[in-house]
Design a protein. Structure first.
Length: 259
């Protein structure tokens, strides 16, 4: 973790004050609440207003309210919540079809964050939870998401081919950056990613990409299967199913296939 930037922290502290009370504040109130120098508050409020994070309160000289930019950020966050809701509905449908555990995940730097999960109906099943994070290179959803990145973005998130070994979660995890990139190229070519006991020694997964209205890959949907039920035939069945499920979720997010 890098160090916190004091100016950014102070600006966020100011914005968070507007979550309380009637939603308006004056510069003297901000100075008093945060115990900051008046000149610092003046500069930060002026900057936040210029960037539309704050706006003058109509009819109340010297008072401010949250600006339109905070609404735009909140709307984008709400769109992500829509992904979780729609993802859970599709995951439920896929899980009902195959009886296995289904996840929807998004990429956060070099990790995946699970935003939706529906459990298997079998007694022997994968144990996980929405909100969990794992190294992307150890999971099928993560491989699919990494494989969908432009080369420059991928290079920014992963070591180069001759870089240091990647973190291993099991004895089967890919730790070679070069081997991982080969696996990502295969996932990009097929539109399906596979991991066999790489994040959990008793579980294998298949995943497919989820696209939004612009065609951008914004998530991945996977089916996880305990090793005792993992066969070549079962893998093929689940690959077909996960592609259909990811396609349905993509349609719910506004994506229209060219075919």
């Amino acid at each position: 973790m890098g160090r916190h930037v004091p100016a950014v922290t102070r600006a966020l502290d100011i914005l968070e004050l507007f979550l309380e009370g009637d939603g308006t504040r004056s510069a003297p109130e901000i100075t008093r609440c945060l115990q900051l120098p008046r000149t610092t508050v003046h500069e930060l409020v002026t900057t936040l207003t210029a960037r539309s994070y704050l706006a003058p309160e109509p009819g109340s000289p010297g008072r401010y309210r949250l600006g339109v930019r905070t609404y735009q950020l909140g709307s984008r966050y709400a769109e992500q919540l829509d992904l979780a809701r729609e993802g859970h509905q599709v995951a439920r449908s896929v899980a009902d079809t195959c009886g296995e555990t289904v996840h929807v995940a998004v990429l956060e730097h070099a990790d995946v964050l699970y935003v939706a999960k529906v459990d298997s109906t079998h007694a022997v099943r994968m144990v996980s939870a929405a909100g969990r994070r794992l190294p992307a290179h150890c999971t099928a959803v993560g491989k699919m998401l990494l494989a969908s990145l432009p080369p420059q973005e991928l290079d920014a998130r992963l070591p180069g081919p001759d870089g240091p070994p990647l973190t291993a979660l099991t004895a089967h995890s890919l730790t070679s950056p070069e081997e991982l990139r080969e696996a990502l190229a295969e996932a990009a070519r097929r539109g399906i990613a596979v991991e066999e006991r790489e994040s959990n020694p008793d579980v294998s997964c298949v995943a497919a990409p989820v696209r939004d209205a612009t065609g951008e890959v914004v998530a991945a949907l996977s089916v996880s299967v305990p090793t005792v039920r993992w066969t070549a035939q079962r893998r093929k069945e689940l690959e077909d199913l996960v592609v259909r499920g990811a396609g349905e979720l993509s349609e719910r997010l506004g994506h229209r296939s060219e075919t």
